[in-house]
Design a protein around this ligand. Structure first.
Ligand code: ADP
Ligand code: MG
Ligand code: ZN
Length: 589
């Protein structure tokens, strides 16, 4: 099962004590069980839900870390219904509030919300309700801005607190408190006032994305003392993770996607994520030309059109939505069988989140990412303003170019977890189809690349990544071709070498701003001077079989043969401990 205690820095509760909270002999247990079935219409709790409910009903402060879609809301909605008074829920987005209120209304739980656009009368009646012992609202949703800016609200909360009507405080997306998190919101920083003013009220913080250091930060900001942290494992065991090499030829990659959709997912629902609105338009029409019911979805479509696409997809009238990441919030379709990324995500965390929209029903589903050379630079210019943007992108690229490790083990690091190959159970491409690779010394290649960059500098020219590959492949101006050594590598291998040199800091990126766009150029990285020494080696794992698309497989053997003929045996060292490729022929789900 998924459940596990987080590696809490201080032992607040023994394992036995914790297990006690999984039991059903609390005074409220009967009612809880009944509400789950009769009011929420759910047959059983998911991992950690009962524990969370029992802990918060026992009055403990709690941080609940669970992947999106697993059912965090129930952990405060259900306790709200079986407590006296009301639960205050802080949510960052009005749209999330509206969704929840609509859902609660559909199961006849009374709830209200307060946000910047609430009218005076509405606010007044909600606040009056908060002080009514009959508790006309079991849940009151507010934005953090409202807490931070409305003295009226604080004074009413104080009255309710003194009358014992404020039963619980739930803070959704609690990682927004921390500047270390990925989604800091300044108003969340002021929420410490709640615990300071209402110390007796149990607080429940919920998030899908916090690491232990972010949680530590939230704890301080919210002024909660030693909360209990429940962390569900993020390992989605039903998802199959795969990386395919994306050909720089657009048609080839589009065909590959179309073939994958038509062969593996006939009549099954899926999402294809693309980089831009333009890509959404063009790829969806290309897929349509290939007889796939695919429609674009992006932020600048008008709302009716968007909701119509969403609806037709939800009811399986459309097979595929080709979308930018704007398509995400509020998607709750359980039977998404595939999520294909036409372009890599900007971080592993984002990738996990986006691909995680597959297989919510816990049946097998596939997450495929197309890893293309030029996409790396499209994303790097997009995140150029973000503090840790390049670092996060690097990690995503590292995930994609991994060939000899379980994809899950690479991903797990980002959630402070360790997933070994057992936890993967052959549900990723590197575990299921171990690829042939050799350890190669690419120093000689690196020197060629460095020479090209240096030559460009001396000619006062700047090379985009694409121009660099072109030049190295001998496609540049004749003048230059005479001065450099043209590579014998195939284009895909040449690109792979350049990516590796970037990851290893032999190359780096240089950004240049115009009022309209950001350009990225290649320059020497901090380790480039090491190449001056002829004995310096740059080890790289090169695939010789395996990855993705049709064209790749044609090129598979080139690298080793070329290497061994041109540069002698020394440069191709097949490592003794390289895995013997055992071809596991398992059919995909
Ligand atoms: P989160 O906030 O963790 O992203 P939600 O609370 O929005 O997730 O719940 C996601 C979906 O899971 C909802 O449709 C909810 O009804 C469903 N759900 C929650 N708990 C259960 C359960 N015990 N059994 C089945 N479905 C559940
Ligand atoms: Mg939620
Ligand atoms: Zn694996």
């Amino acid at each position: 099962s998924f459940s596990s205690m987080s590696d809490c820095p201080y032992p607040v509760m023994s394992k036995q004590e914790m297990q006690h909270y999984d039991s059903t002999d609390f005074p409220w247990s009967k009612e809880v069980e009944q509400l789950l079935k009769d009011l929420f219409h759910l047959s059983e709790f998911r991992a950690l839900q009962l524990r969370a409910v029992n802990l918060t009903l026992s009055g403990r402060d709690l941080f609940l870390v669970m992947p999106t879609g697993r059912g965090k809301s129930l952990c405060y909605q259900l306790p709200a219904v079986c407590s006296k008074g009301f639960t205050l829920v802080v949510t960052p987005l009005v749209s999330l509030m509206e969704d929840q209120i609509m859902y609660l209304k559909s199961i006849s739980v009374s709830a209200a919300m307060l946000n910047a656009s609430s009218s005076k009368e509405h606010s007044k009646s909600v606040m009056a309700g908060m002080m009514d012992p009959k508790a006309p609202f079991k849940l009151v949703y507010v934005t953090p801005e409202k807490i931070a800016r409305s003295k009226m609200l604080m004074s009413r909360l104080e009255k309710a607190y003194n009358a014992n009507l404020l039963s619980r405080i739930a803070i959704d997306e609690v990682h927004c408190c921390s500047q270390w998190g990925h989604d800091f919101r300044p108003d969340y920083k002021l929420l410490g006032i709640l615990k300071r003013q209402f110390p007796k009220v149990p607080l429940l913080g919920l998030t899908a994305t916090a690491t232990s250091s972010v949680l530590k930060d939230c704890e301080k900001i919210l002024c909660v003392k030693k909360p209990i942290t429940l962390t569900a494992s993020f390992n989605r065991t039903n998802l199959y993770y795969e990386v395919r090499i994306k050909d720089s030829d657009n048609d080839l990659s589009t065909n590959d996607i179309a073939v994958v959709i038509k062969s593996r997912y006939k009549d099954q629902s899926g999402i294809v994520y693309v980089f831009s609105q333009k890509d959404a338009e063009s790829l969806s029409s290309e897929l349509q030309k290939r007889d796939i019911m695919a429609y674009a979805y992006h932020a600048s479509m008008d709302p009716e059109e968007k909701s119509s696409i969403h609806q037709r997809w939800t009811s399986n009238k459309i097979q595929v939505v080709v979308a930018t990441v704007a398509f995400g919030m509020g998607i709750d379709k359980p039977d998404v069988r595939f999520v294909i990324h036409h372009t890599i995500s900007k971080s592993v965390e984002n990738y996990y989140q986006e691909s995680g929209r597959a297989g919510r029903d816990n049946n097998p589903a596939d997450c495929i990412v197309y890893f293309g050379f030029s996409d790396i630079f499209r994303i790097s210019t997009m995140v150029v303003m973000e503090n840790v943007g390049q670092q996060k992108l690097r990690e995503m690229v590292d995930y994609c170019q991994t060939i000899d490790r379980c994809r899950r083990s690479v991903m797990a690091v980002h959630f402070d977890e360790v997933w070994d190959e057992k936890g993967c159970n052959q549900m990723c491409d590197t575990c299921r189809h171990p690829k042939d690779f050799t350890m190669v010394d690419v120093a000689q290649h690196a020197r060629q690349v460095v020479e090209i960059v240096e030559l460009a500098v001396s000619m006062d020219e700047r090379l985009t990544p694409l121009k660099l590959v072109d030049a190295w492949m001998g496609k540049g101006p004749v003048k230059r071709r005479k001065m450099i050594q043209v590579t014998t590598l195939s284009r895909l291998h040449a690109e792979a070498v350049i990516v590796w040199l970037l990851l290893q800091n032999y190359l780096s990126m240089d950004f240049s701003f115009t009022p309209y766009t950001t350009y990225v150029y290649m320059k020497l990285g901090c380790r480039a001077p090491l190449l001056k020494k002829q004995t310096h080696t740059v080890r790289m794992k090169m695939w010789t079989s395996g990855p993705g698309s049709a064209r790749v497989s044609k090129l598979l053997n080139e690298i080793t043969t070329k290497h061994s003929t041109k540069e002698g045996k020394r440069s191709v060292q097949s490592r003794g401990d390289a895995p013997v490729s055992k071809k596991v022929k398992t059919k995909l789900p």
